[in-house]
Design a protein around this ligand. Structure first.
Ligand SMILES: [Zn+2]
Ligand SMILES: [Zn+2]
Length: 252
């Protein structure tokens, strides 16, 4: 059983969304929802807890997640919860209730089709968050449920004769990543923002060390080979997109 979780939150606390995709052989299931006032770690943990709660039989669960918090929850001593986990005590209890039934493991590197599913579920979570944020602006009543999201078959061959996860035309941009961004020649990071603090800092460091400055070039995310570039942790975030007012440019 592979479990892919995604979480998004605008602020701490703020409106948030979560999504989880369970895949086992030909079976798959998606769950997603939002919360008006929450934290990122709560959204990530909620996604994982919901996944485990819908498994009735003992399962080998491999978790794919971009969340450092979930990694710590799974790999660190449960007898010594950190501050974040103490804040999420209710969810940690639910996790504890179902964790004994299963063998849980953390997938440290995710690439290819798995990475594409992880991106997809993070977009589901982001959509939930945006719907929640929008509903908050008009009414504080129940958040509207976004239209049900069919799971794309990323394993299948697309009309270009490639796996969908790898096809430049068929794969979708990642949550937090704009379709067109910037990189330095030979660099390993994808930036939304050509004036990104980290991008400029890297240039300054190279300059100080007397290295030749690498040119900053524009690149489309669809042209990035899976695993070639990592999205910048500073400017390729939902938070940055919301702050920059460019979130509408994400294509779902
Ligand atoms: Zn294609
Ligand atoms: Zn950046």
């Amino acid at each position: 059983m592979k479990v892919y979780t995604g979480g998004a939150c605008d602020g701490d606390p703020g409106p948030g969304g979560w999504g989880v995709l369970l895949r086992s052989g030909r079976h798959q299931k998606t769950l997603h929802h939002s919360a008006a006032t929450t934290t990122l770690s709560r959204m990530e943990l909620t996604a994982f807890v919901h996944a485990l709660e819908c498994l009735k039989k003992p399962s080998q669960v491999r978790l794919h997640s971009a969340s450092a918090y979930l990694r710590d929850v799974l790999t660190k001593d449960p007898g010594r919860p950190d501050q974040e986990s103490r804040r999420n005590a209710d969810l940690m209890r639910r996790l504890g209730n179902c964790a004994d039934l299963h063998v849980l493991s953390w997938q440290s590197t995710t690439d290819g089709v798995d990475a594409a599913y992880l991106e997809w579920i993070n977009r589901v979570a982001l959509k939930e968050m945006l719907a929640q944020a929008a509903s908050k602006a008009t009414t504080r009543a129940q958040a509207p449920k976004p239209a049900s999201t069919p799971v794309p078959d990323l394993d299948k061959e697309c009309r270009h004769g490639m796996k969908v996860a790898y096809c430049a035309n068929c794969k979708q941009p990642m949550a937090g990543v704009l379709p067109n961004g910037y990189r330095t020649k030979g660099g390993t990071t994808y930036h939304n923002d050509p004036d990104c603090y980290w991008l400029r800092w890297g240039q300054t460091q190279a300059h100080r060390q007397g290295k030749n400055l690498r040119d900053i070039v524009s690149i489309a995310w669809s042209n990035v080979v899976p695993g070639e570039l990592e999205p910048c942790e500073f400017c390729c975030t939902v938070h940055w997109l919301l702050g920059s007012g460019r979130v509408r440019q994400i294509s779902w």
